[in-house]
Design a protein around this ligand. Sequence first.
Ligand code: CTP
Ligand code: MG
Length: 222
Amino acid sequence: PAFAAIVVAAGSGSRAGGAKQWRTLGGKPVVRWSVEALLKAGAEDVVVVIARGSEAEAQTALAGLSGWRLASGGAARADSVRNGLTALGGPADRPVLIHDAARPLLGAAIIRRLLEALAHADGALPVLPVTDSLRRATDGRLSGGVDRENLWRAQTPQAFRLQTIIDAYAAWPAGEAATDEAAVVERNGGGVVIIEGDARLMKLTIPEDFAMAEALIPRQTR
Ligand code: CTP
Ligand code: MG
């Protein structure tokens, strides 16, 4: 089905030691991986949200691709998403995938599963099971266990219809930090479903993550 996408790339990458979205991973700028994957999967409009002053880096990173455009980011990730939604526009029922540029290894299967799930839900997100056992500790001392059975690690892209996510952000309490779009839609009464995520969709957060992601790049695309 027809869909649009927002790729948020307006962060400062402070934990990675600098703007990670323009760095090269497996021979390609980090942000380019996601934009290429979305365009290849049929995205008809991709809005890339960047910080002011990053236009030249973005143009260089995305040179030669068509079907994308730039929008300005905000102070927090949620502000960047909201700016992206405003820039995107389109019909209320338009499916929109909202994605972190910091998760470059996006595959076609995830996009397909998200769009399929959106046919019978208000939102969908990829998740991975928690495999480590979880412990709660207070002041350095164990203070009870945590059942990991119903816990999942959330990834992006997250899929919604345009008006669903716009309305949910409009209803979100001002000043409260939003974890992700799924949480915002769920809080507004939406039914959000999980789909099977992908280990390769790991987020580049700290410097060590680059080597790990590099090792996860499928052979044929290196
Ligand atoms: N992001 C954004 N606008 C912000 C903050 C974050 O568009 N104001 C984007 C980042 O560019 C990234 C994604 O949101 O693609 C996930 O955020 P994170 O991994 O935290 O990236 P940074 O905020 O850049 O890194 P850090 O928190 O270490 O500074
Ligand atoms: Mg951040």
